[in-house]
Design a protein around this ligand. Structure first.
Ligand code: THU
Length: 164
């Protein structure tokens, strides 16, 4: 047996003010989208903003449902909308933010496993990195150079491809 380890590289940024202009704007858009979440069950309000290669920004917020598993995270709302509206246009950057009406969210919000899988597949398809920018209402921000970094040892979907 050989034991191996995997490393995740990320950048910790003191504040969104220190980001490049386009990324700061994307974080602001993700923050604003928290206000559009439909999250009456969790009261955890998440916003996502995706910058496409064509310069368009596609936004999303989490949408819950009384039949609990039927809801969807902000990241997937935004990514599925982007791929529906602009199929094949690379997603260059995604910013994510969250707030609650209980206490301050203490850490920049990080996508759930299912969202990581979805982002990874779009990133693989577009053959170029999708930068991920994690934030909260204010304060520190985490940037990750590509979505795949968030999902080591991922399921690639290779197994699903039909032989020609
Ligand atoms: N949620 C997101 O929208 N994105 C995340 O990255 C984490 C979780 C949503 C799902 C659910 O509506 C609420 O936050 C609580 O889990």
């Amino acid at each position: 047996m050989t034991t191996k380890s995997l490393k995740v590289n990320y950048n910790l940024v003191e504040s969104s003010d220190h980001l490049p202009v386009d990324e700061k704007k994307l974080v602001e858009e993700a923050r604003a989208m928290c206000g559009k979440a439909y999250a009456p069950y969790s009261a955890f309000f998440v916003g996502a903003a995706i910058l496409l290669e064509n310069g368009k920004t596609v936004l999303g917020s989490n949408q819950e449902n009384g039949a609990y598993p039927s809801g969807l995270c902000a990241e997937r709302v935004a990514a599925f909308a982007a791929s529906s509206m602009y199929p094949g246009i690379p997603m260059k950057k995604i910013a994510i933010s969250a707030r609650t009406n209980r206490q301050q969210v203490s850490e920049p919000v990080s996508p759930c496993g299912a969202c990581r899988q979805v982002l990874l597949e779009y990133e693989t398809l577009q053959k170029g990195p999708m930068k991920v920018i994690l934030s909260k209402e204010s304060g520190s921000v985490i940037t990750i150079e590509k979505a795949g970094d968030l999902l080591p040892l991922s399921f690639t979907g290779e197994q699903l491809k039909k032989p020609n």
